[in-house]
Design a binder for this molecule. Structure first.
Ligand SMILES: [Zn+2]
Length: 84
């Protein structure tokens, strides 16, 4: 088996604060098929929760899949920069 050498490069991972995080919910209620109604993407969880309350009030559906997205940036560690 060939040997492979990996150079370990330490990176720090931080949230990209210049890009707003994204919140979304999709209704997955239903026995045979999921309802599929979606809140749309928001930069704050508040409107998503409000949409869920309204959707539940209108339909009786009470199960949602929530997604959250943000952006991450990797930066070489300062220590490695010193070595180079
Ligand atoms: Zn629904």
């Amino acid at each position: 088996m060939p040997r492979r050498t990996f150079r370990y490069v330490p990176f720090t991972i931080t949230q990209d604060m210049s890009a707003e995080p994204e919140y979304e919910a999709r209704c997955v209620a239903g026995d045979e098929a999921e309802c599929g109604a979606a809140s749309g993407t928001h930069h704050d969880p508040g409107p998503v929760e409000e949409w869920q309350r309204k959707h539940t009030q209108n339909t009786g559906h009470r199960r949602y899949r929530r997604t959250f997205g943000d952006y991450a940036e990797l930066q070489p560690s300062p220590y490695l920069t010193e070595l180079n």
